[in-house]
Design a protein around this ligand. Structure first.
Ligand SMILES: NC(=O)c1ccc[n+]([C@@H]2O[C@H](COP(=O)([O-])OP(=O)(O)OC[C@H]3O[C@@H](n4cnc5c(N)ncnc54)[C@H](OP(=O)(O)O)[C@@H]3O)[C@@H](O)[C@H]2O)c1
Length: 330
């Protein structure tokens, strides 16, 4: 730590949005293999508000998988910004480079701040065609869609994406279309136009029609919603199909096996990957992938961002603005 100070959000105890405290903290210093990023914007994820609250929604049998979080703690994994300084051995980036990334997921983070250190292996150059707000919105959502959907999807397959308008869902929709899949999107009716503009083939308003009553024979279900009735989605899959749930859900293994359905991808859990992020950035700059922004608030108003997130029904992502556009150095 240096003696220079910065503004950041700190959390001292589990609780509601009121435990997000905007205050002065020492500015971190880049260590070996790291850069110090002047943070321009921070992407807000469900992981942030669930960690803030102490993951109360995680059942006892899964709690061993929760990474330990020290308090006080600066939350946040997704950021965009410019490289301020480089660590002793770093050659991958130079001062002034515009970068974005998901940093130290799942156990570290510390993006809700004016400056954050980041392992260079967690960063890629920011796509030039989008601003810092959009860039900060992308990493976790896009890497989740990439690692648990895009990599296993074959051209011509039919995929059903549940929660299609949310942070992960709307990126998953686009990556599935890039792969050449037929995409059935499930969301509430207010998101239909948004999703049709992203190229979906079919839309189901789950508030009017239970998905399992109108869909059969899909190759892959990508469920971002989960929950106690996740098992109803088994019936929409064909024998030999796969259900990938990224939230905690009830997907009974025995019944899936009887139906000839595979649960999950067998891949390691979500992790930063600079090469995948760079590929995602190229798709963005090629005009093939975009990010939807639901809400932008200043870093100092992070509580409002969490209140919005916990209210649910998001269309795209929530972002914290750290640097006003006029102040941007690049
Ligand atoms: N496993 C991982 O590594 C990983 C990584 C990232 C995220 N996640 C988890 O994945 C989940 C989704 O993340 P996210 O960032 O996409 O969340 P999000 O932005 O909050 O999106 C959730 C979406 O689901 C829709 N929805 C809510 N109830 C629904 C229902 N019953 N049926 C269909 N759609 C429904 C919501 O809008 P409407 O209801 O208006 O349609 C919303 O658009 C979160 O729980 C997050 O923690 C896991």
């Amino acid at each position: 730590m240096s003696t220079e100070m910065m503004k950041a959000i700190q959390v001292y105890e589990d609780g509601g949005p009121e435990v997000l405290i905007y205050e002065d903290v020492p500015r971190p210093v880049a260590g070996p293999g790291e850069v110090l990023v002047r943070v321009h914007a921070v992407g807000v994820n469900p992981a942030d508000w669930r960690a803030r609250a102490g993951f109360p929604d995680v059942p006892e049998q899964f709690r061993h998988a929760i990474p330990p979080i020290s308090r006080p703690h600066i939350p946040g994994f997704d950021l965009s910004g410019t490289v301020e300084t480089t660590g002793p051995d770093v050659t991958a980036f130079r001062k002034g480079d515009a970068v974005f990334g998901m940093i130290r997921f799942p156990g570290g983070g510390k993006a809700y701040a004016e400056y954050a250190t980041a392992p260079v292996t967690d960063l890629a150059l920011k796509p030039v065609s989008i601003d810092y707000i959009q860039a900060a919105a992308i990493p976790m959502a896009a890497l989740t869609a990439w690692q648990f959907l895009y990599q296993d999807l074959e051209p011509g397959q039919t995929v059903l994406i549940n929660g299609a308008a949310g942070g992960v869902g709307h990126i998953a929709v686009q990556l599935a279309k890039i792969k050449g899949a037929h995409v059935i999107a499930v969301a509430s009716s207010r998101h239909e136009t948004f999703l049709r503009e992203l190229g979906i083939d079919e839309f189901i308003d789950y508030t009017a029609t239970p998905t399992e009553q109108v869909v059969r024979n899909v190759d892959l279900v990508y469920d971002t919603v989960g929950g106690a009735n996740g098992d109803r989605l088994l019936s929409v899959l064909k024998r030999g199909g796969r259900l990938v749930g990224i939230n905690i859900g009830n997907y009974p293994a025995k019944r899936a096996a009887q139906l000839g359905i595979t649960i999950g991808t067998g891949r390691p859990s979500l992790h930063p990957d600079a090469a995948q992020l760079a590929e995602i950035g190229r798709l963005i700059d090629a005009g093939r992938l975009c990010v939807g922004i639901d809400t932008v608030v200043p870093l100092s108003q992070a509580r409002q961002a969490h209140i919005r997130g916990e209210r649910g029904h998001l269309r795209g992502k929530i972002v914290l603005r750290v640097v006003e556009e006029g102040q941007a150095t690049i």
